[in-house]
Design a protein around this ligand. Structure first.
Ligand code: ADP
Ligand code: ZN
Length: 626
């Protein structure tokens, strides 16, 4: 594909710092570095090691791609994402970068060809699956070529207790022993202190400079809503705010995935399922549709998503409570990599708490492991129940201080707290009386019926209308009581036991019953927050809503550019975003360039893409050929 004689950036052993900037402009078509990219790139170009913690969409790839282009030799990128290597390489080739990969999906001939290119110095970047490095022949191959740097992508996979541990990553500590002079750059979007330390230790990054970027993703609007009828709530979100948009919907179970995908399809949404129970071919086909086409919604378990670098995912929705804040932030971070407004939406209810507590109790492993799971869940629950800015909470979890963001549900529609001490006492004493007077345990539903004084068949059958607590809680509705129970569980003032979700008191319940402790609860705002911009988007299904920040006259041009992009992507067999990102098309539609020179000034239009697509774009804009 790429012409081996042309090199994207001339390699320069003298490493002039301006080389990196000119590479950014020429190859990638961007004006300036973002955040710490420049310092990181300088460090690696000069031969130093780096450990980079940056959120998804922060711009990690350039941190190793540019040094690989500027330094002599081939940049070797270790990545666990075999299924995505082809797309990554295609995206680089579209920029005129000479990239290749070696992994288990290739046959011998394909591998030999890439190996020959590597040895001939005809590659700028070589992507390798970590397990390749366990094969002695790969190590010998690398010995025979010239290596510019090692980039260790998704470096958190080396962390044993993290959520994505991969044993093959442990072997990466040998890179330094075997090639002590080759700089290494490790990158991850996972940012807790613990993971950070473990990466540095396990990869022997003793002399690395650490770069910890802000983890804020200001373009993502965080919203957590009470769960009533989750599929319907989701459909409403799609219809009113994300019509025709690409998005990811996460469910906990395979059945949840199938149910939800089926429901969305039946309601006219272009949705596909993705979970580990589907055969590999179906999974690959569904992932490929999501990546390549515009506006596909993938409904998935957490098996989906790592390394998906589709820039224009407009929403990530969770229909079940994630197990940790770390996982939640990674999953939601897949929205809006292109920096455009996006939504992270989570529906959460009492049943989630009950289910997850049960799962933890029944989980394998020792007590320490269960305590760790419990602590993860508690942090997630605290995020759900907070009346403060969600973003402040999220960033605090990663050790970063911030102020109210103005772009989350609690900032947009502040939630109030109310003194729920009396309600808590009523509920806990009902649990206590059932246990003491009747030696019985029940789930939330029955206890709420008792408090509301409902003479249901089950209440009468158990003589529960004879309890002194019968009918003492009519001041709250069922939904409000469920909110109380959910929050008591979240605060550890109540616990779930056994397979039926029966409720029992905890050590701290007594403090509430004995009036030594106040209980502050969150009151759901009457009208949940919604994107301020949603009103400018057309509702209804099928037709795509107008892009948020586009002047009316530019909309038809943007649509024409998108249609051209879809056709071109299909013809070249690459994802649409490999041709140009939405943001680039949007800028073209807005500034309406009248020459190749002007087009070159648009962000995302580098030399190679200008040469390939410049004339077609100008033709589309009605500029007469020069
Ligand atoms: P990460 O790997 O950290 O998730 P990427 O490397 O995929 O992020 O970058 C996210 C998006 O930002 C990509 O679309 C990329 O092209 C774009 N980007 C990165 N750096 C810059 C920059 N300096 N100027 C403009 N766009 C950039
Ligand atoms: Zn906020």
């Amino acid at each position: 594909m790429a012409d081996p004689t042309e090199t994207a950036c001339p390699t320069n052993p003298g490493t002039d710092p301006s080389e990196a900037l000119s590479c950014l402009r020429r190859v990638f078509g961007y004006d300036a570095f973002r955040g710490e990219q420049e310092t990181i790139i300088e460090r690696v170009v000069a031969g130093g090691d780096a450990l980079v913690l940056m959120p998804t969409g922060g711009g990690k790839s350039l941190c190793y791609q540019i040094p690989a282009l500027v330094r002599p030799g081939v940049g070797v990128v270790i990545s666990p994402l075999i299924a995505l290597m082809q797309d990554q390489v295609d995206a680089l080739r579209a920029l005129g970068v000479r990239a290749g990969f070696l992994n288990s999906t290739q046959d011998l001939d394909e591998r030999r060809m890439v190996e020959a290119e590597f040895l001939a110095g005809e590659l700028d970047l070589l992507y390798l699956a970590p397990e390749r490095l366990r094969v002695e022949s790969t190590l010998r191959l690398l010995d025979r070529g010239k290596i510019a740097l090692f980039a260790i992508d998704e470096a958190h996979c080396v962390a044993q207790w993290g959520h994505d541990f991969r044993p093959d990553y442990l072997a990466l500590s040998q890179l330094h022993e075997r090639w002590p002079d080759v700089p290494r750059i490790a990158l991850t979007a996972t940012a807790t202190e613990a993971t950070h330390g473990e990466i540095a230790a396990r990869l022997n990054l003793t002399d690395a400079r650490h770069f910890v970027a802000s983890f804020d993703r200001p373009n993502i609007q965080y919203r957590i809503v009470p769960k009533n009828d989750p599929k319907k709530q989701l459909l409403e979100l799609l219809h009113t705010e994300h019509s025709g948009d690409a998005g990811v919907v996460y469910c906990l179970s395979r059945r949840g995935v199938e149910d939800t995908a089926g429901f969305l399809v039946a309601n006219g949404i272009d949705a596909v399922p993705y979970h580990a129970g589907l055969d590999a071919a179906t999974r690959a086909a569904n992932q490929s549709r999501f990546l390549r086409e515009d506006g596909v919604v993938v409904v998935a378990t957490i098996a989906f998503g790592m390394g998906i670098d589709k820039p224009d995912v407009r929403f990530v929705a969770h229909l079940d409570l994630p197990k940790s804040v770390e996982g939640y932030y990674q999953e939601t971070g897949r929205a809006g990599r292109d920096g455009q407004p996006s939504t992270a939406w989570l529906a959460y209810g009492l049943q989630d708490v009950v289910q997850q507590r049960k799962m933890i109790d029944g989980s394998e492993g020792d007590d320490a492991h269960r305590r760790k799971l419990g602590a993860h869940l508690d942090a997630m629950l605290a995020l759900c129940e907070t009346v403060e800015c969600r973003r402040v909470r999220l960033l605090a979890y990663f050790g970063q201080a911030s102020g109210p963001c103005g772009n989350c549900d609690t900032c947009l529609t502040p939630a109030e707290t109310w003194d729920g001490t009396i309600a808590a006492q009523k509920f806990l004493s009902a649990v206590l009386r059932l246990a003491r007077e009747r030696r019985q345990k029940f789930g939330a539903g029955q206890i709420i019926d008792i408090l509301l004084g409902k003479k249901t068949a089950k209440v009468i059958q158990h003589d529960h209308d004879g309890l002194t607590v019968f009918g003492i809680g009519t001041e709250l509705s069922v939904a409000e009581w469920r909110g109380v129970v959910r929050q008591l569980l979240a605060q550890g003032l109540l616990a779930v036991e056994g397979d039926y979700g029966t409720l029992v008191l905890t050590d701290t319940s007594a403090e509430v019953l004995g009036r030594q402790r106040e209980v502050l609860l969150r009151r759901e705002p009457e009208k949940p927050a919604r994107a301020a911009k949603s009103s400018s988007r057309s509702g209804g299904s099928g037709k795509r809503a107008a892009p948020v920040d586009l002047p009316a006259e530019a909309v038809p041009v943007f649509e024409a550019l998108r249609a051209w992009r879809a056709a071109t992507a299909k013809e070249l067999g690459v994802p649409a975003y490999v041709i140009f990102h939405d943001a680039t098309l949007r800028e073209i539609a807005t500034v309406s360039p009248s020459s190749l020179d002007e087009l070159a000034g648009v962000s995302g239009v580098g030399e190679s893409k200008l040469a390939k697509h410049g004339e077609a774009i100008l033709g589309l804009l009605g500029v007469p050929a020069a």
